[in-house]
Design a protein around this ligand. Structure first.
Ligand SMILES: [Zn+2]
Length: 107
């Protein structure tokens, strides 16, 4: 069952782009943007509900806790980008802490 990686709901699940397409296009230019998308494909999407996706907006945050965040970071570095400049912290995007989010996800 798919659920929102932030709030845990199973309602209104969307495919959220971990690194926003706007940020990627700006950072890479359109040619490299296309190459990057072809390379990472599903690696750059995560499940988030509509409201959480909206709240995130164009900011980039990885809510996943498996091996994909690391692989996405490596892909960014391969394209000459600095993940530290790309990603926002959980607190910047949603307020609160990621620990609180993880507690919600365990329910
Ligand atoms: Zn949510």
């Amino acid at each position: 069952m798919r659920k929102c990686l932030r709030c845990g709901t199973q309602e209104n699940i969307t495919k959220d782009h971990v690194v926003s397409r706007v940020a990627l296009r700006l950072a890479l230019g359109s040619e490299d943007y296309s190459r990057f998308c072809a390379k990472v494909r599903k690696l750059n999407v995560q499940d988030a509900c509509g409201p959480c996706n909206n709240e995130k907006g164009d900011r980039s945050i990885d809510l996943r806790t498996d091996s994909r965040p690391e692989r996405l970071r490596e892909a960014l570095i391969d394209f000459g980008l600095d993940p530290e400049e790309i990603f926002s912290s959980y607190e910047e995007v949603f307020g609160g802490t990621q620990q609180e989010m993880n507690n919600v996800n365990r329910l």
